[in-house]
Design a protein around this ligand. Structure first.
Ligand SMILES: *Cc1c(COP(=O)(O)O)cnc(C)c1O
Length: 401
């Protein structure tokens, strides 16, 4: 009987709206890119995960189209029944080559990869350690697994070692530590050499989620393990094809041979959800080919990111230092930072710059920010227009003197 819950939800939805926490979907009237059409207006987009500009790249589209023509639209099956084409095997091989791993298993999304990566390995005799700022999909994956849980304070190596030494962790059959490679709200990068050293010392597996790194971080874009120079030391990498690698959907878990083989037998989102669409497999193959041939796109992204960070810092903005195209512009030192971040983002949209303000509960109280994401698709002139608009609105709100 649809009655009580309807009234309750209407009340709850109204209070979300009143608290300014109601999420509206902004409708984009063009393909994804540096320049998009929003509300009948052309704006520069600084809030997509389109790090390499591949979301609408001709070669990626061609890869999708060719796969559609050759392999059809869909397979109406999970992988192990009749949902594996040669294309899927090729993509798994190509991803393993690119990431420098032994084997790879595809999922419909990285959300699924993370949902199915812990439970097959860890039961209640095991210990699962997880960084406190890990992505929601890791949190859900942890919930699905019966291992003893240890929440490690974000990026805190002392706390990680303490938790590894906890009697309940030490007596566990297996220990596994999971961290985002790059954390999406700050753009900070996991300290993998320290993590790997502790994992060796205390006999723990290491899993990283590299969604915000695959394709561009590290000198040839392999990800956080390349950036931190620990290739070959990470046991499992989960990542997405829905960000830098073309941005449609799909994801994978990549790593040690036996671990991947076991996932093919036991991982529930793989066993009980449909195969990746051929067009997406074809497009992802094309994206990885593009990045394997040349580092031009990740090089351009890196220099644009450094240029933007330097000029925004010189202009007087409070930028968390770093080397990632996620550039958080912090408003925490101002009064009513949450409202300021919202107003600032709205004024920037009027100036033709599309960015999003984040505040509590998405980020901690007093740490409201605008998260800018740089893309290789941005031209010099786009970066300059953004810096100019930030400076103008910064003065309007007395964020800059
Ligand atoms: C985006 C993201 C995911 C989810 O990826 P999908 O392929 O879109 O499901 C998982 N983990 C992290 C860290 C992400 O940023």
């Amino acid at each position: 009987m649809y009655g009580k819950i309807k009234d309750d939800l209407q009340g709850e939805l109204a209070s979300l709206r009143a608290a300014g926490l109601y999420k509206e979907e902004r409708v984009i009237e063009s393909p994804q890119g540096a320049k998009i059409q929003v509300g009948g207006k052309s704006v520069l987009n600084f809030c997509a995960n389109n790090y390499l500009g591949l979301s609408n790249h001709p070669k990626v589209i061609e890869g999708a189209r060719a796969a559609l023509d050759e392999w059809g639209y869909g397979l109406s099956s999970v992988r192990f029944i009749c949902g594996t084409q040669r294309l899927h095997k090729e993509l798994e091989e190509k991803v393993s080559q690119f990431l420098g791993t032994e084997d790879t298993i595809l999922y419909a999304a990285c959300f699924d990869a993370n949902g199915g990566v812990f439970e097959p390995f860890l039961d209640k005799e095991c210990a699962l350690l997880t960084d406190s700022l890990n992505h929601a999909s890791i949190i859900d994956g942890v919930r699905l697994c019966k291992a003893k849980r240890f929440i490690v304070q974000h990026g805190d190596m002392q706390d990680l070692e303490q938790k590894l030494q906890d009697p309940d962790a030490r007596s566990a059959r297996y220990r596994m530590f999971c961290t985002d490679g790059v954390f999406s709200m700050d753009g900070d990068i996991a300290k993998l050499p320290e993590i790997c050293a502790l994992a060796t010392k205390h006999d723990s597996l290491v899993v990283i989620d590299d969604c915000h790194a695959t394709g561009f971080l590290g000198k040839t874009g392999r990800g956080t393990h390349e950036y931190r120079d620990v290739m070959g030391q990470i046991d499992l990498i989960t990542t997405t094809f829905g960000k830098a690698l073309g941005g449609a959907s799909g994801g994978c878990t990549s790593g040690r041979k036996e671990l991947i083989e076991w996932l093919r037998q036991k991982s529930r989102p793989y066993l009980f959800s449909n195969t990746l669409a051929p067009a997406i497999a074809g497009a992802t193959l094309a994206a990885i080919d593009l990045l394997s041939e040349s580092t031009e796109l990740r090089d351009r992204l890196e220099s644009s990111m450094l240029y933007f960070r330097k000029n925004m810092t010189d202009a007087g903005f409070d930028i968390t230092p770093g080397e990632h195209p996620i550039v958080p512009i912090m408003f925490g030192k101002f009064e009513n930072d949450a409202k300021l971040a919202q107003d600032f983002a709205r004024d920037l949209l009027d100036e033709g710059i599309y960015v999003i303000g984040f505040s509590f509960p998405v980020v901690p109280r007093g740490q409201a920010r605008i998260r800018v994401q740089i893309s290789a698709a941005h031209e010099q002139e786009h970066l300059d227009r953004a810096i100019e608009a930030f400076t103008k609105i910064g003065k309007k709100h007395s964020v800059l003197s």
